[in-house]
Design a protein around this ligand. Structure first.
Ligand SMILES: Nc1nc2c(ncn2[C@@H]2O[C@H](COP(=O)(O)OP(=O)(O)OP(=O)(O)O)[C@@H](O)[C@H]2O)c(=O)[nH]1
Ligand SMILES: [Mg+2]
Length: 300
């Protein structure tokens, strides 16, 4: 059951691949929006809202962010309709090219103006592509300004992680999928302890920067889970000293209160003394003996 209030958006080639994969894991709970100048991003996505930028796919926006944003701005009336019911937008994009760089900040700004909570995850170009990084950095700042939570995803770290698992970093971003699925299921499904958009809003509205972490592992190894979360391919991760934390724990039917307490303790130890911690939990049949933790950390 969903009412259009949760939306996953992919902007540009990389963002669209990530968004399609993440959405396939939780399509009953949320809608999908794809924005690109390249029609091939819309393949295999009959249920998605698709916004082609430009007159034809030949035109494209290859490495032209200004062109992409001006195409986007011509579509704001359509976008207004799509964004109408949206209360939470999870925006996935890769910066440094044309479409993502130009259109993602514009989309985040429009959704934010309409009152939606905006969580953005932006892939940052490889270290050895300085030209692309120079294009990506100002776009990241714009995206961050328009988002409640904006995390930089390092493609170097993502590629390194994918290599160690023997998969393709572009098409199998399991970390991105886990995170998005965790957030959507946290907010879209009934759990043992329910979290809702009000809880998320109260955490992300704290002053200061915000980021997200996710980990899956042995339910009896809280320290290991926490260390795993810190090895996520995010470019910068400083959860120590945070003053707000929304923590969602997911485990198999056997998950005990004791295990939940231990994991919550490991994840909140580094927070300030008066930190606001909001805890949610739910059972998941695919997590026998394991636990999945999704945390949004704010007030950094
Ligand atoms: N090295 C490398 N980097 C890539 C690759 N694909 C994407 N990237 C990086 O990710 C960024 C975004 O890529 P895309 O999502 O394909 O770009 P886009 O938003 O569709 O933009 P345009 O296609 O230029 O209009 C690029 O700037 C690169 O830094 C790849 O195959 N190899
Ligand atoms: Mg592209």
């Amino acid at each position: 059951m969903h009412d259009g209030s949760l939306l996953i958006a992919g902007v540009g080639g990389l963002g669209s691949i990530w968004a399609k994969r993440a959405h396939s894991r939780c399509s009953d709970e949320c809608d999908l929006l794809l924005i690109d100048s390249d029609d091939s991003s819309f393949e295999d996505s009959r249920q998605a809202h698709c916004l082609p930028l430009g007159e034809s796919s030949e035109e494209g926006c290859a490495a032209l962010p200004e062109l992409a944003s001006s195409h986007y701005l011509k579509s704001t009336a359509i976008m207004e309709k799509i964004l109408e019911p949206v209360e939470l937008l999870i925006l996935l994009t890769g910066l440094g090219g044309g479409v993502g760089t130009g259109a993602a900040p514009a989309l985040a700004a429009q959704a934010s103006r309409k009152g939606a909570i905006v969580i953005s995850i932006a892939g940052m170009p490889f270290e050895d592509h300085p030209t692309r990084r120079a294009i990506a950095l100002p776009a990241f700042n714009k995206l961050e300004d328009a988002s409640d939570v904006c995390a930089q995803l390092s493609l170097d770290r993502l590629a390194w992680q994918a290599r160690s698992r023997g998969v393709d970093w572009r098409t199998r971003p399991s970390w991105v999928e886990d995170l998005v699925q965790g957030l959507i299921l946290t907010l879209g499904q009934v759990g043992i302890i329910n979290l809702d958009l009000m809880d998320l809003r109260s955490v992300v509205q704290r002053k200061g920067a915000a980021t997200m972490i996710v980990a899956e592992g042995d339910a009896n190894d809280p320290e290991g889970l926490f260390l795993k979360a810190l090895s996520a391919p995010l470019a910068s991760l400083e959860v120590i000293g945070a003053s707000g934390c929304l923590l969602q724990l997911e485990g198999g039917r056997q998950m005990s209160i004791y295990q939940m307490e231990q994991v919550a303790e490991a994840f909140t130890r580094g927070l300030t003394d008066d930190a606001q911690v909001i805890l949610g939990a739910r059972h998941s049949d695919d997590l026998d003996g394991k636990m999945r933790v999704v945390a949004v950390v704010s007030g950094l």
